[in-house]
Design a protein around this ligand. Sequence first.
Ligand code: FES
Length: 81
Amino acid sequence: MNITVDGRAVPAEEGQTIGAALHAAGMRSWRTTRFGGRPRGLFCGIGVCFDCLVTVNGRTSIRACLAPARDGDVITTGAAE
Ligand code: FES
């Protein structure tokens, strides 16, 4: 299956989280901090740090490390905002 990340098709496996799919596609950061513009992506990987936030099908502030990837999901990262 595929998800779309900032307009780019990214493969995802059944049961994989969006964060894992992004990581497997080589993405290590996809947003920046408000102050200092420091890169953020997966950090804790268990839903605690909120570093991995993305927009999924128009729903903002979704933790990529917890959200399961579903075929056709449209992901927008902080990099595109
Ligand atoms: S990586 Fe920490 S909440 Fe997702």
